[in-house]
Design a protein around this ligand. Structure first.
Ligand code: ZN
Ligand code: ZN
Length: 318
């Protein structure tokens, strides 16, 4: 693939040729086994309910899905919608790794590919290739995870950073450590059965349901919902996916204006992840927050800490 790519560049052949994700003949049994194990753990969690386990689940969900994947991996690292100090950026990346959706370099590369080729040749997970493919098939049967050289071209910014190169190898470590901490602290509070329950709810159930929530963005919000903007893809705004993901489900807005830190673009489009970014800005932890509201000139509005300027809100198709 690498040689082909070099030749293709010399010959001026479109990169798209290389970006077509092949469907492997072989099923990825390693990924399947890990995913199956986590699903079993998630089901087991339902049989070991404690109120404290639900609280552990909620905290791990907020850290992994909202702070880690949506705000860290997606809005900051993939789209650079806002800037933070390095320590906060790294902390959010570690939270993202805890969601077990891969390292920041892998996740960001795949998602940048998705935006570049959304619902066209080269999109890693378009429902046009099948609903099952877009949800999980691309992980279990796709060849993308072995295309490290090609993917690395999509994340030169992260590849330059020693921490992200380290996390690309050790991304499984944070959740493993958290699992032991939950087991130990739960056991200290209420015995080993409570420790096990905390692990099942905080690690197995939260990562499993969280992964399905993320995968729903590949399927549901490219199939069903409203389209405010006439984008070149099939993206939609879907309220229940938005509720589940803290705002990521306003996906048509997002495809129209990927760099915007806010995905909700009307007052009723709840965007919890953006509220967190605003709180960061108020606390002086985030700056250069880019906010797009639909307007005829399509101007960027940069939010200064403590204040937000909105331009006139009305719809502009494109
Ligand atoms: Zn999309
Ligand atoms: Zn995106």
């Amino acid at each position: 693939m690498q040689n082909f790519s070099a030749e293709a560049q010399e010959l001026g052949i479109s990169w798209k040729l290389e970006l077509v994700q092949g469907k492997l003949d072989q099923f990825n049994w390693v990924f399947f086994s890990v995913i199956a194990l986590f699903h079993l753990g998630a089901v087991a969690a339902l049989f070991s309910f404690h109120w404290s386990s639900l609280a552990v689940f909620a905290v791990m969900w907020l850290l992994g899905q909202n702070l880690g994947i949506a705000i860290g991996y997606h809005r900051q690292l993939t789209h650079r919608s806002f800037a933070t100090r390095k320590w906060l950026q790294y902390a959010m990346a570690v939270c993202g790794a805890m969601a077990l959706q891969g390292s920041p370099t892998y996740w960001v590369a795949v998602h940048r590919l998705h935006h570049q080729y959304a619902d066209r040749l080269g999109d890693p997970h378009s429902p046009r290739d099948g609903k099952w493919w877009a949800h999980m098939g691309w992980i279990l049967r796709g060849a993308l995870h072995s295309e490290a050289v090609m993917l690395s071209r999509y994340v030169p910014d992260l590849k330059r950073d020693r921490f992200y190169r380290w996390l690309a190898v050790w991304h499984w470590l944070p959740i493993t450590l958290v699992a032991f901490v939950l087991l130990g602290s739960g056991a200290a509070v209420g015995g080993w059965s409570l420790g096990l329950s905390w692990v099942l709810w905080g690690v197995f159930l939260s990562t499993t349901v969280g992964s399905h929530a993320t995968w729903l963005l590949n399927t549901v919000t490219h199939l069903w919902g409203a389209r405010r903007f006439n984008t070149h893809d099939d993206s939609t705004n879907n309220w229940w996916v938005a509720l589940l993901t803290g705002g990521e489900g306003w996906h048509n807005n997002h495809h129209a204006y990927p760099v915007s830190a806010t995905h909700g673009m009307a007052w009723w489009e709840l965007d919890f992840n953006y509220w967190v970014i605003r709180i960061f800005a108020w606390l002086g932890l985030a700056n250069n927050v880019k906010v797009m509201r639909p307007n005829p000139e399509r101007k960027w509005v940069t939010v200064a800490p403590g204040g937000i300027r909105l331009v006139a809100q009305h719809h502009s198709g494109r």
